[in-house]
Design a protein around this ligand. Structure first.
Ligand SMILES: Nc1ncnc2c1ncn2[C@@H]1O[C@H](COP(=O)(O)OP(=O)(O)OP(=O)(O)O)[C@@H](O)[C@H]1O
Length: 324
């Protein structure tokens, strides 16, 4: 696959104004993005997602490292490399609130030297595809947040750039509009063949739209893998063990030593253990501990797991995720 973006050993620090404390927002991050790929940047609050996006689209200059877009190092030929990128940051703030939907699209096209006539067909197409046609003459300040966000994304699409960066496209939207924006992104993914990097807290966005996810925590990459691999990998590992009684404190402690992410839900009649097994043989270590007090095992089931649970496990583990 052809690579379009290469992020290499990127580091960015901020200095707090008052205390002069240095914050390392992004620490030695490296990853690549292939042409046509949808990459999800995922991480808890303050992990460094927005900083990474702003570095890639040239709004911030890295302290160390480099960003190569379509073979061009953006420090050497900044404008040329940035021609390949459109970004939607903080959604609706990029728009002109006193202009209508269509006028916004025409205005931003004009900024790039495209005439109104030249882009009319393209604007009609975007309005149609993203269900904005009905609102084309509405002022932006009268639109819902979801509609504003969709328009901001449509503006980014107008530029024809190969790479689109979206920072938290569904942030603050209610469930219904969040779903609409997701549908719009799906349309872009399937019909416009762009390379997209999406930063998001929204696990549905990552699970439904992204081919691959880079998970960042404390400014460092903890996972870089295909979404389907992560789902498969964690599904294989996750078990629910139903016990016919309680564990002793000693058993619980022994199990926690062996399986630090173990969840124990005690119940005098039927307790449950939720456990991740890296290798299937590890189940025998679990049985050994249960045998100490003759704790009966009533059932062992594979657990169904969603992406949110995977994310929590990875971020809680804070270790480099290893493929098995
Ligand atoms: N302009 C700034 N000045 C000082 N510190 C900053 C600045 N911008 C970000 N930071 C800090 O850098 C770290 C990474 O922030 P960043 O916004 O990149 O994270 P994020 O993953 O996008 O978080 P969120 O999901 O909360 O937006 C955080 O500790 C944040 O407080």
């Amino acid at each position: 696959m052809e690579q379009i973006i290469e992020v290499k050993n990127l580091k960015k620090t901020y200095k707090k104004r008052k205390s002069k404390e240095i914050i390392t927002a992004v620490n030695d991050i490296s990853f690549t993005v292939n042409k046509g790929e949808i990459l999800g940047l995922l991480g808890p609050n303050g992990a460094g997602k927005t900083t990474t996006i702003k570095l890639i689209c040239g709004l911030l200059i890295p302290d160390e490292g480099r960003i190569i877009v379509n073979g061009i190092n953006n420090q050497d030929k900044r404008l040329k490399s940035l021609q390949h990128i459109s970004a939607v940051l903080e959604g609706n703030r990029n728009l002109y609130w006193r202009l209508s939907v269509r006028e916004n699209l025409e205005y931003f096209a004009g900024n790039r030297g495209q005439s109104r006539k030249e882009v009319a067909g393209k604007i009609d197409d975007l309005l149609e595809k993203f269900n904005l046609k009905e609102k084309e003459n509405e002022l932006v300040n009268r639109l819902s947040r979801g509609m504003q966000q969709k328009l901001a994304i449509a503006v980014a699409m107008l530029a024809d750039s190969e790479v689109i960066l979206l920072d938290e496209p569904t942030l603050g939207l209610d469930v219904e509009t969040g779903y609409e924006v997701r549908e719009m992104l799906q349309e872009i993914v399937h019909n416009y063949h762009r390379t997209i990097i999406i930063s998001s807290h929204d696990m549905d966005v990552i699970q439904d739209l992204c081919d691959r996810t880079v998970i960042i925590n404390h400014g460092e990459i903890v996972t870089n893998d295909k979404v389907e691999n992560l789902l498969r990998l964690f599904e294989v590992r996750a078990y629910n063990v139903t016990l016919g009684g309680l564990l002793s404190e000693q058993q619980h402690q022994l199990l926690l030593q062996k399986f630090p992410q173990l969840e124990y839900i005690p119940d005098t009649v039927q307790s449950t253990l939720e456990v991740d097994l890296t290798k299937s043989e590890e189940i025998y270590d679990l049985f050994d501990v249960l045998k100490l007090k003759h704790t009966p095992v009533e059932a062992i089931d594979r657990k169904t797991i969603n992406f949110e649970q995977i994310f929590m496990k990875i971020v809680k583990g804070e270790k480099q995720h290893e493929m098995v």
